[in-house]
Write a protein that binds this ligand. Structure first.
Ligand code: GLP
Length: 242
C-alpha cells in the first residue's frame, strides 16, 4: 500500500483527481471503477474542471460504479445513478452507453448481480477503482461480515450505514435497506485501487484497514493483499496511524 497523507479534503481531492487524470491520459480507453458518497465529490469537481479546460477527454472512457440502492428509482435524487450524473457524467463528454451502474429498480437480485459481474469482467475488467470507506470499514456496500463476498451481490445495509447515510434523505425511514454492490472479490480484481478518506470519523476504520488484521469484519482490510493500492487521506483520517 502506498499511503499519501495530505492536509485536507481539497488536497485529497486534487491528488486523487490527478491520479485518475493520469490514467485517462495514459489510456484513453480505460475502464474506471467509480464510487459515490461525499468523499469523491471534490475529486469529480477537479475532473469536470480539467475536462472543461480541454485537458481531459472522456469520449472513450468506460465506467463501472460500485453500487446502487435496491428499490430506488433512477430519477430519485438519492439514487447513485442521479449522483453520478450530477457530479460527473453530465459535465464531461462521456458516452452514456459507456457508463454502468447496477439497476436499483430491478427486483431480481440474482439476475442483476450475475449480469453486472459479467459486464465488469468482460474485456479487461477495471483498470482503476476509486473507493471511499464507510465508518465501519465498508467498501462499496460490503458491510462487515463473517466472510468476504466474492462477486456482485445484494446486501442488507448495516444499521450504522443507514444512520450515516440518512443525512442525504429527508428521514431515516427513506434510506433503502438493501443495495446491490460489487463483491470484495470483484473489487480486488481491479488492476489498481485508489482509496480516499477524509475526516476524523474515518480514522478508526482507516487505522483498522491499514494496521489491523485482514478480516471480513473490516472489509477494507482486504486491500492489504492487493498489489497496487494507493491510499490518499487527510491528517484527520490518518490520525490513528502512527
Ligand atoms: C456509502 C457508499 C460507499 C462510500 C461510503 C462512505 O454508503 N456505498 O461507496 O464509500 O458509504 O461515504 P462518504 O464518502 O459519504 O463518507
Amino acid at each position: 500500500m502506498k499511503i499519501y497523507k495530505v492536509s485536507n479534503y481539497h488536497e485529497m481531492s486534487k491528488k486523487a483527481a490527478s491520479i485518475l487524470a493520469a490514467q485517462i491520459v495514459a489510456d484513453p480507453k480505460s475502464t474506471l471503477g467509480l464510487a459515490t458518497g461525499s468523499t469523491p465529490i471534490g475529486t469529480y469537481e477537479f475532473l469536470c474542471k480539467w475536462y472543461q479546460e480541454g485537458i481531459l477527454d472522456f469520449s472513450q472512457i468506460k465506467t463501472m460504479n460500485l453500487d446502487e440502492y435496491k428499490g430506488i428509482k433512477r430519477e430519485n435524487s438519492q439514487s447513485y445513478y442521479h449522483f453520478m450524473k450530477e457530479h460527473l457524467f453530465d459535465h464531461v463528454n462521456i458516452k452514456e452507453e459507456n457508463t454502468h451502474i447496477p439497476d436499483g429498480e430491478c427486483e431480481d437480485a440474482n439476475t442483476i448481480c450475475r449480469e453486472y459481474e459479467k459486464l465488469i469482467q468482460k474485456g479487461n475488467g477495471v483498470d482503476l477503482q476509486l473507493l471511499g470507506i464507510g465508518r465501519n470499514g465498508h467498501i462499496g456496500f460490503n458491510e462487515p461480515a463473517e466472510t468476504f463476498a466474492r462477486e456482485c451481490h445484494c446486501v442488507t445495509l448495516a444499521q450504522s450505514t443507514i444512520e450515516a447515510n440518512k443525512r442525504f434523505f429527508e428521514k431515516a425511514e427513506d434510506v433503502p435497506r438493501q443495495a446491490y454492490t460489487m463483491g470484495i472479490g470483484t473489487i480486488m480484481k481491479a488492476e489498481k485501487i485508489l482509496l480516499l478518506a477524509s475526516g476524523e470519523d474515518k480514522a478508526e476504520a482507516l487505522y483498522q484497514t491499514i494496521c489491523g488484521p485482514v478480516t471480513p469484519k473490516v472489509p477494507a482490510s482486504i486491500l492489504q493483499f492487493h498489489k497496487n493500492v494507493i491510499v490518499i487521506a487527510d491528517e484527520a483520517a490518518l490520525s490513528k496511524v502512527k
